[in-house]
Design a binder for this molecule. Sequence first.
Ligand code: G6P
Ligand code: BGC
Ligand code: BGC
Length: 960
Amino acid sequence: MSLLVIGVPHIARQELRPEESGQLLCVPGGQPPLWKLMDSVGSAGLRQGEEALSYPEEGLPGPSDSSELVQECLQQFKVTRAQLQQIQASLLGSMEQALRGQASPAPAVRMLPTYVGSTPHGTEQGDFMVLELGATGASLRVLWVTLTGIEGHRVEPRSQEFVIPQEVMLGAGQQLFDFAAHCLSEFLDAQPVSKQGLQLGFSFSFPCHQTGLDRSTLISWTKGFRCSGVEGQDVVQLLRDAIQRHGAYNIDVVAVVNDTVGTMMGCELGARPCEVGLVVDTGTNACYMEEARHVAVLDEDRGRVCVSVEWGSFSDVGALGPVLTTFDHTLDHESLNPGAQRFEKMIGGLYLGELVRLVLAHLAQRGVLFGGGTSPALLSRGSILLEHVAEMEDPSAGAARVRAILQDLGLSPGALDVELVQHVCAAVCTRAAQLCAAALAAVLSHLQHGREQQTLQVAVATGGRVCERHPRFCGILQGTVMLLAPECDVSFIPSVDGGGRGVAMVTAVAARLAAHRRLLEETLAPFRLNHDQLAAVQAQMRKAMVKGLRGEASSLRMLPTFVRATPDGSERGDFLALDLGGTNFRVLLVRVTTGVQITSQIYSIPESVAQGSGQQLFDHIVDCIVDFQQKQGLSGQSLPLGFTFSFPCRQLGLDQGILLNWTKGFNASDCEGQDVVNLLREAIARRQAVELNVVAIVNDTVGTMMSCGYEDPRCEIGLIVGTGTNACYMEELRNVAGVPGDSGRMCINMEWGAFGDDGSLAMLSTCFDASVDKASINPGKQRFEKMISGMYLGEIVRHILLHLTSLGVLFRGQQTQRLQTRDIFKTKFLSEIESDSLALRQVRAILEDLGLPLTSDDALIVLEVCQAVSQRAAQLCGAGVAAVVEKIRENRGLEELAVSVGVDGTLYKLHPHFSSLVAATVRELAPHCVVTFLQSEDGSGKGAALVTAVACRLAQLTRV
Ligand code: G6P
Ligand code: BGC
Ligand code: BGC
């Protein structure tokens, strides 16, 4: 290929690539240009000596009348390669700015994500209605599209076009949408189709902020529309309201797409994926499949998302200024939206005719055309339409047709006039095609860079009447794209039905997702607890507390702990502490002076030991103690020991605790019903040369309360939300049956994990809870715990995911062995998945590690399932704490209660939202209580040591 250069000074030569200098430039069709550059003319936009890109106007002889004025006019529409490259570069820059979410300076193009995350995979099927509004100016189209889901098997869509009255396009928004609803019913009246379950895709060809496949807010009208009360509104809702008002049919609007997306999605499946949609009709725009990670507003790092460029608003003065003509300024000034859509007004079919009219009127009024004659039509805006321009430029139309069109405009053209008019049309449309190509080349270069591909192979779906009807537009477009984006190998695929099928494809996907959403909502609805349900749990728990304290039948055992006081800071000494029952078994050395120093070691309790014999378990415990003593140089010392034993024990004294039943996966034999302090002492006795003085056994809730109470004396409640869950609090002794004395308080271990074991929580229990309970080693037990704590939440989620997979909502319905494996979905996954940052990335990483094939929609659904399960757990936990603080407030006859809760447990500490949800629920259900949650730093081992220290101090007092 070569470039023809006439009298160009040295500067230009340098710009040309060596292999190009001194050659003639041809584009498809290969005819050498008949035009010679009038470099001396110096017309608008061309700097001295710059070359303009020109295209052979097949069948059009050079303008024989070369008067200055005509040349100057036509020259204004000549765009140089450098100018096109500058537009390409500037648009590329604006695209990247907008993708990065840069707000100021506001990027010249909008880059709007469209929620279409994949190009069609041809499996979509069903009958869908499509309403197209805005693509073709003053008309809307209703289609009935049948998707067979069989590749290559197409059913011709039925369609009907309706002309939109001007006053409707410029009137009240409600009127426009009522008109659309009317057209829909008129179309359906005429169609022999079933009118049940009608699903509609709304092709709305205007710039919109989409927040979902069926939620889209109009940013601003373009083209000939300017209805009031629509900008800033959700256009899907406006259409739904209009269909409702019309009331003839029940049509479900399930998706809204931009016409470029419909064009891209409607593209026949071919060798290359169709990943760009280009529309040049009354307006112009393009969309393409962007890497989701490049779109800052999306929290997505994988996959692709279709982005509507909205290049019609491109208005970088630096790039566009030089190519804007006086006619463009006039057209813009007189348009409905002056200053806006400047780029579109140089390309869109709504404007091409007007540009031609303005040039013809200009030349006529200067006596160069039509002998200086004009006509009312020539002087009135919008009298020359795209169809006129396309026909007049069509070489096959011939001069006679051109004359006929001009005569219809009340003009009497001479032979030269006909020729000149054709050149004016050609100049205007050539520029439009070139500018459109520069914009498309920017999109293609961006795609090629984004995909780090040497050569980008891509298919571009083209649609719109300018592409379809203009004889040369697409040829020039393709030629210029090849010139400006040589590293892209592009195939252009004309859309077969203006994108109707594409809109139906998106609608099919949206319908499937909407159906999935309904199934998901139905599945998760029981997890969404409202105020009344939570207040009922609070009231239920309150009742159970009172019954438990009275020693009546209750699922809450309300176990006295013989801890009567929280530390007063006078405790001193070294103490050993054991912490059994949480994630880790710990042995601690606690030195209490003015402060507390802790040295601890974590030991594992193998499942075989936790579920072996009691003797084995306690021997293992003593082994760990001995190992710890050796490591700490304490061997042979008999330090007072506090034993945090996190299981339900009926305490007969501070150092006597009868294990009522194991929980949390422990099931060692011969322990239940035994005094575990005794079991420990027996194990110590079995081990020669070990002396240990077991002073106290405390529950981890009590240890936690004491540990935090050491820092904050208002801490009178202990809460654990870890492997298991439970709470304790300081109850008035007068309320505690079975413990002598009416004054003072005693810490009560509620063992709230068992709340509901009497069926009082049945109204909240779901089939998933039932599955988890049934599969547990203690079915029917710890029902409240099994809805809240870390040992079970992952399992609840796994069961829900299995259920949703069986419904086809997840993982395309493919059940995998991995997901059927018990405990494979760890509760810690919930904390990771629900972390505010990187949420979907976490989901993806975790599920892929589990070998689950997922789509981005799957990731979102898994996130929602985790959120629903953890939210219910936190709310139930909050309802429990609300019951406790209200009990304390009423115990003390206080209007307002200020109290602190010592909290520990992996779930509470690590989950990103659990603690705040618990606090919010307590504020809602116990508004007269100011509750401070203190996260325990050193665990309950410290608390056990402090209880031991208090016991030793009290024992000291009684001894003196
Ligand atoms: C801390 C306490 C333990 C308690 C545990 C509960 O570690 O020191 O006494 O049992 O928290 O949480 P977890 O998540 O470990 O079950
Ligand atoms: C709108 C785009 C649309 C294009 C083509 C423009 O005016 O802003 O959303 O895609 O016209 O119809
Ligand atoms: C136990 C409680 C313990 C809680 C938290 C429950 O399973 O029954 O005693 O406090 O877990 O660890």
